[in-house]
Write a protein that binds this ligand. Structure first.
Ligand SMILES: C[S@@+](CC[C@H](N)C(=O)[O-])C[C@H]1O[C@@H](n2cnc3c(N)ncnc32)[C@H](O)[C@@H]1O
Length: 372
């Protein structure tokens, strides 16, 4: 029998797709506002790609880097980007529509509110650069989907990321290995800031960060909690690089362990384990095994912190299922998961209590804390 919800949805869609209803809704003052908002949302969905390209062009043309130093006129900005004045004026007008730049009364330009927020955000700038590969795959999204997971540019250029996620050995000499870890390190401060503000690590004695990369997250934790003992676990080539990076940073006290959470038990002795932007990269079987290994490595009462952007985040729904859904498909493994799905996986792994701790920017990362 057709459910009430199905009948309601089918009826609603019949009405909304009727051109006569659409014309009528624009004539009625009471629902005209709704119709306008819906039209604007539809337009944004259809043209968001152009906004993305405007941001990329503004960054690549050095406009933000120049304007963060001082206001400049069109000719100066044009010369810096090897563009004609006319082309730069067109780019600036487009950037102004996205609040990246703003015109001054004397004809020069300065940063807009969003441009000012972006200009020194190394993580966001690194992601804008990195997205060029992903968007090359998305030029033909159906071809990307038909080609199966991991068949495109993103997976080829970032072979290391895909290989690591699939559990294949990573080549330490592959420039991709270094570039991938550098990208992760550049975008890490945004995540660490959110997690450190949401969770008091001072309550723990020893923290193990699994998949800790070059130790960017642990460096931030070490700065905030100098008394906390810290351990990092990552694939052997990454662990070797992390030892060097951490020694250079004066953080040789962080114990680094090389291994794979697919094949090896996690080192014991920690009363807290963090998984920062790890689980969504992996398929369900790998995550289930990883959570079980984390549970085995923790003492009773020990806590697992699972933090990453999640599907179903209110106000950021497309970040989960559209952005990460396609990104992870292009990369070749993993999927975005809701907090509810993780909660069930954590319980299945043996954790007895799982709660979500609110972060200030759930778009960047959410935080689940599970007690062993
Ligand atoms: C998306 S990065 C996240 C790095 C870091 N936690 C962060 O948020 O910046 C995933 C990390 O997991 C590591 N990794 C992937 N597969 C692994 C495995 N089987 N065992 C251990 N580490 C692994 C990668 O080397 C990489 O450092």
């Amino acid at each position: 029998m057709t459910s009430l919800r199905t009948r309601w949805l089918l009826g609603r869609n019949r009405v909304l797709s009727d051109p006569a209803f659409q014309r009528w809704s624009l004539r009625l003052p009471l629902i005209r506002g709704v119709a306008r908002r819906e039209a604007a949302a539809m337009f944004r969905n259809m043209t968001g790609f152009v906004n993305t390209k405007t941001v990329t062009a503004t960054v690549d043309a050095g406009v933000l880097a120049t304007l963060i130093e001082a206001p400049a006129d069109v000719a100066t900005l044009a010369a810096g980007a090897e563009l004609s004045d006319e082309a730069m004026a067109r780019l600036l007008a487009a950037a102004a529509s996205l609040d990246l730049v703003e015109a001054l009364d004397d004809g020069r330009w300065t940063l807009g509110e969003r441009g000012a927020a972006l200009a020194r955000n190394r993580g966001a700038l690194a992601m804008i650069e990195h997205h060029k590969l992903f968007y090359a795959d998305l030029a033909d999204p159906l071809a990307m989907l038909r080609g199966g997971r991991g068949g495109g540019e993103l997976a080829r250029f970032w072979s290391y990321a895909g290989a690591a996620a699939r559990g294949e050995p990573a080549d330490p000499d592959d420039p991709g290995t270094q570039a991938y870890s550098a990208l992760m390190a550049a975008s890490q401060p945004m995540v660490a800031e959110q997690v450190l503000a949401a969770w008091n690590f001072g309550r723990h004695r020893r923290l193990l960060d699994v998949g800790g990369g070059h130790g960017a997250f642990l460096s931030a934790v070490a700065g905030a909690h100098p008394g906390l003992e810290l351990m990092l676990f990552d694939l052997p080539p990454v662990a070797a690089a992390a030892r060097q990076v951490l020694a250079d940073r004066g953080l040789a006290r962080i114990a680094v362990h090389g291994g794979s959470f697919r094949d090896d038990p996690l080192p014991g002795g920690a009363d807290a384990i963090s998984l920062v932007r790890i689980c969504h990269d992996h398929d369900d079987g790998v995550v289930e095994q990883l959570l079980a290994r984390a549970h085995a490595a923790l003492p009773p009462g020990g806590q697992l912190l699972l933090t990453e952007p999640m599907a179903g985040t209110r106000g950021a729904e497309s970040m989960g299922d559209a952005y990460f859904g396609f990104y992870l498909w292009a990369m070749g493994s993993g999927r975005p998961r809701t907090a509810k799905v993780y909660r069930a996986m954590l319980q299945k792994a043996g954790f007895r209590r799982v709660r979500e701790v609110a972060t200030a920017l759930p778009l960047v990362t959410r935080l689940l804390v599970a007690t062993a």
